[in-house]
Design a protein around this ligand. Sequence first.
Ligand code: PEP
Length: 251
Amino acid sequence: MRQKIVAGNWKMNKNLEEAKQLIKGIKKGIKNTESDARVVIAPSFVNLNSAIKRSKKSKIEVAAQNMHQAKEGAFTGEVSASMLTNLGVNIVILGHSERREYFNEANDLLAKKVDAALKNNLEVVFCFGEQLEDRKSENHFKVVETQLKEGLFHLKKESFSKIILAYEPVWAIGTGETASPEQAQEMHAFIRGIMEKQYGTEVANAISILYGGSVKPANAKEIFSKPDVDGGLIGGAALKTEDFVAIINAI
Ligand code: PEP
């Protein structure tokens, strides 16, 4: 079922104590919220365990920012899907542009990660989006379509109940530059259209498509008001209690 979701990607920020404080603040901030959106936070691996414990008895769900595609083995520094589920993590972010850019994660690798996540019953927030040059050369629709095809279109229709899409134009991530609500809607409608062509109306209507890229309390409401925008993946503004709570309340 299509759901409203606000997810905070903490990236490589917050030590244990800072993470505790942030969760405490969010819990308090959303206690009486009228928003029916799912609230997700993605702390670093080392803080997942504590985050899960501290999020119990609240509507906060805890996601991982990444995982390895292998079941187990000699992959120093990596974390497997079953390690995540064993902790109580139910969601993993895959394909974030920083993983794609700094860690060379390409669509074929991401397809394997998606498979491993689904096999372990993890929900996947699958990120994708064009670079500035792609948009300038009007190639952005093609780039997005290719990312979806190569990363996800090997999946069966049924798998999409565990997939959340996150369109994140790379030029808007951490730059303070947001896609306009119209640009976001245009791309989200395009994405839903591709999903419909590939998997049919039911899947296309049921999938949640989040927007990510410099979402702040000041612009969240307008972006979230667009019909094909089902919520946001939030970076910088997810690190401040008041901002994150304000964004949740904007949906
Ligand atoms: C992100 O990293 O997914 C993101 C959207 O970051 P920011 O909100 O800081 O642009």
